[in-house]
Design a protein around this ligand. Structure first.
Ligand SMILES: Cc1ncc(COP(=O)(O)O)c(C=O)c1O
Length: 413
């Protein structure tokens, strides 16, 4: 039997929803027993003439000093040799432990990707083709359209996060009705560009609708901004954990997260994909995604994976993350206060890095006027709004930013 058929049979038997949702490419995919697989098998061979990397002849690194001199305190093997397909094993285990603190449902070992975008793109390859309905948040991150629509060719539908400025309890059940054969649903809390995270009570009808969806769906929880929730009472963990008990005949949940924002390592490009299942289906899905990554980037950069692993093992990490959170919270509170004083309305925001400000005039004109005054924001004409990233503004500059907004927003009306 072809290796892809073996994987498909395992998935069909142990996770019917995942099997029903696979794209044509996803069904074809397998992990070839090529060089990485053969090299992994020969790892403890006395003479290992498998992989094409330059070593000292006994498996140790042979880096140039011009590179190695800048790499301190981390093993040169972990930084300058290839990382295994799927990522540094110790890193995968450590990220798995990091996630297990929030819930104990079934989960595959986090698969290491080159940033979260890469993880989302691999999932689009695995689960989206022309007859897949892809349900995206609106407002939502623009790159979702690019990944799931432009690149993967799915039928895009948008569900409103807010109805008249309030979290919309019916949005998910209405959106799920659009699914004809199989679907992919994107959840993103804290949201980009909304900066919003619902309360568990607000999210409950969405989760209920997902659990009862009549068509097989893959629910992708994009947890890029995990941990940055500033108000009590709002979700303090991903919906991924709440969907752990979803029926595998209907729903496959997947968690996409990573070091980009959580560990403030934007340029590191270390992300993870974890499937909400275990056993044979989990192994088969892990092998499918490994095959997909092998066909695109092969394996991710070892050096940034090694740095993330060091961070996870650092006894000081929690304190350092708390400091970053405190800095972000301060900016959030300043922005809230200044906007309230200036009587500038926003959509609800309580988390993440952004605030979305509805404007009466053309957001693009407003953006250009602000730019003329030395203030950069992002225009969202489709939502009649601008997005302010308070994550990247010094606290002292927030009153100046809001003054500029007040000046130009008034001029628009
Ligand atoms: C909601 C959301 N998901 C994913 C990403 C992508 O993360 P990465 O930079 O790790 O690819 C971003 C980045 O801005 C984002 O806002």
């Amino acid at each position: 039997m072809h290796p892809s058929q073996i994987l498909n049979t395992a998935i069909e038997t142990h996770h019917p929803a995942a099997a029903a949702c696979l794209s044509a490419l996803g069904r074809r995919m397998f992990f070839p027993i090529g060089i990485p697989a053969q090299a992994a098998q020969a790892k403890s061979a006395k003479i290992n003439a498998t992989i094409g990397q330059l070593t000292n002849g006994h498996g140790a690194a042979l880096p140039l000093a011009a590179i190695a001199d800048h790499l301190r305190d981390i093993s040169l093997e972990d930084t300058t040799l290839y990382s295994p397909q799927g990522g540094n094993k110790a890193l995968r285990a450590a990220w798995g432990e990091h996630l297990a603190k929030k819930g104990d449902g079934p989960m595959t070992s986090p698969f290491c990707t080159v940033g979260l975008t890469h993880g989302l793109s691999l999932l689009a390859d695995l689960f989206v083709d022309n007859d897949t309905d892809v349900i995206l948040p609106s407002p939502g991150w623009g790159n979702y359209d690019h990944i799931f629509g432009v690149k993967a060719g799915g039928r895009i539908h948008r569900y409103p996060v807010f109805d008249d400025g309030i979290f919309d309890p019916n949005a998910m059940s209405t959106a799920l009705e659009k699914i004809q054969n199989k679907g992919v649903v994107l959840l993103n809390f804290p949201g980009n560009p909304t900066g919003y995270t619902p309360t568990p009570e607000q999210l409950a009808p969405w989760l209920e609708a997902i659990r009862n969806c009549e068509k097989p769906i893959v629910v992708i929880c994009d947890d890029a901004y995990a941990g940055f929730v500033y108000e009590p009472g709002h979700l303090d963990r991903s919906p991924f954990h709440d969907l752990a008990d979803a029926d595998p005949n209907r729903v496959l949940t997947v968690k996409v997260d990573g070091a980009t924002k959580e560990l403030c390592f934007f340029g590191g490009r270390v992300g993870f994909v974890s499937f909400g299942t275990s056993g044979e289906a989990g192994q088969a899905l892990d092998t499918k995604i490994k095959g997909m990554a092998r066909a695109t980037v092969s394996t991710g950069p070892a050096v940034s994976q090694a740095l993330v692993l060091s961070a996870l093992n650092s006894p000081d990490l929690a304190k350092q993350q708390a400091d970053i959170f405190a800095l972000s919270l301060k900016r959030y509170r300043s922005l809230k206060r200044c906007l309230a004083e200036a009587k500038i309305d926003t959509l609800p925001f309580n988390s993440g890095f952004f605030a979305l400000i509805p404007v009466k005039g053309d957001p693009e004109t407003l953006r250009l006027n602000l730019l003329n005054d030395g203030v950069g924001v992002v225009a969202f004409p489709q939502h009649g709004a601008i997005r302010v990233a308070f994550s990247s503004i010094a606290n002292d500059d927030i009153p100046k930013l809001v003054n500029a907004l007040a000046k130009h927003i008034e001029r628009q009306i």
